[in-house]
Design a protein around this ligand. Sequence first.
Ligand code: IUR
Length: 448
Amino acid sequence: MTSIPDLIRKKRDGEALSDAEIKTFISSVTNKTIQESQTGAMLMAIWQKGMVDAEIEALTREMMSSGEVMSWPKAWAGRVVDKHSTGGVGDKVSLVLAPALAACGCMVPMISGRGLAHTGGTLDKLESIPGFNIHQSTAQIQEILGSVGCCIVGQTEMLVPADRVLYGLRDTTSTVDSLPLIAGSIISKKGAESLSALVLDVKFGRAALYKDQESAKELAQLLVNVANGLGMRTAAVLSCMDATIGRYVGNSLEVIESLETLKGRGPDDLMELVTTLGGLLLMMTGLVPDQSEGRRQISDAVIGGAALAKFRAMMEAQGVAKETAGRLCSAHTDYYSILRKSEHQVELRSPEDGVVLDVDGLVLAKVLHTLGAGRSKAGEPVNHSVGAELLVSVGEKVEKGASWLRLHYDDLAPTPDQMSRLRSAVTLGARGETRRRQNLVKELLLPK
Ligand code: IUR
């Protein structure tokens, strides 16, 4: 068998590793028989020299098989689906999409992540609901899917242990931004969920990992190819992440906007993403003949309340008291009788008459992050109540003195510099100047 130094040398010199060599590398990572320094060196060699498609597929397959691979009852065949997003600001799509898909007959074992840096995480959002338990075993996930059809949970200890090791070391060796390593990490976890179909929301723009559509497309195409190679029908959506998705940013606030959306009162941009991603998944499962019928069914499930009923059942199945879940889902809820409200709110007012031309999601997210809404290191707590409500949208007229943003904060008060950065997040134009809201979804990559 080839030794680890030989494998590192081979990759360092730009040669392709065989399936057997990749298996050796990943199993030594999983069994901890490799030294950390060797893993770090291999990661850097992969970062430097890249991998051909066959290597990336083998890497993903071996990572997937490094732990438990879930299996589902035969009766669910073809209907087990999930979504992955590369991360955004105000991205609450999962909270609406998972129950909408369940209402349309899918099984959705949604394994989500926590926020890091300026991007939010679905698990943090859900944990602002008292009692919501994101820790569920595989057996519990299966039970919840059987009774509700969807759950949103954290990654279990047994799922893709190789990724846990590699992800940690990528952080400390500056090798996060490597296409083969990103693809291996994301798709191995989806593969271990044994999905029938997967949809990827790959974002580009100032608040996304990739700033331009072309580089996001390169990642999206790779992810689609690798996932399809693993037997999951996979499509990708390229969506613009310049402003915020919806009007609310921050953990509790995003739960409120998700519930409002599930009550049929959601913002257009969020609905556009939910129906596009959901429509693609329904099409790929074969539950509907085409994407437009899929969109229609997802939209009906959200507007008609079927998705809200699923969200309520999911909350109860994941530990939320029946009475709390019922109150959160009633037509006119005092959300703050259940979700904690921050100590302070302050409104920022428009300096002049005009039209909103732009909202910079990145500036907003960075300020909220430093006020406690996000974390800088894995494991740090977040303040669920910190956030912002945008009171205006792009294209809207505002009068001088009208409130355009309400900031929620606690003991970390915004500094004058942070306040001025928040003010700069909204760009005003002269009256008469118009800019219509652009569609967020720019391009679709469909499975072959
Ligand atoms: N999310 C993942 O699960 N893995 C990665 O490598 C990245 C995001 I970047």
